[in-house]
Design a protein around this ligand. Structure first.
Ligand code: SF4
Length: 65
C-alpha cells in the first residue's frame, strides 16, 4: 500500500458503522468541513473515501507519542 493513500492520512476517519448500500465499506475524509445538511437535524455529510483513495491534500498521520 502506498504511504500517500487515505488510510495513512491525518484527515482519514475510519467509518466502520457506515452500512448505507451505496457507501458500504467507505470511510470519511475530514479535510474540509461537512457539506450542508439536507434538513435541520439531519446528519452532517462528510466526503466518503476508500482507504486506497488519495488526493493532493494528503498529510501523513502522526500518532501521538
Ligand atoms: S481524500 Fe485527501 S485529505 Fe482526504 S483522507 Fe484522502 S488523502 Fe487525506
Amino acid at each position: 500500500m502506498s504511504t500517500t493513500m487515505c488510510a495513512s492520512c491525518t484527515f482519514f476517519k475510519a467509518h466502520a458503522a457506515n452500512t448505507a448500500k451505496t457507501l458500504k465499506g467507505a470511510d470519511l475524509c475530514r479535510f474540509n468541513p461537512p457539506v450542508s445538511q439536507p434538513e435541520a437535524g439531519a446528519h452532517v455529510l462528510w466526503p466518503a473515501v476508500k482507504s486506497d483513495d488519495w488526493c493532493g491534500h494528503f498529510e501523513k498521520d502522526i500518532e501521538a507519542a
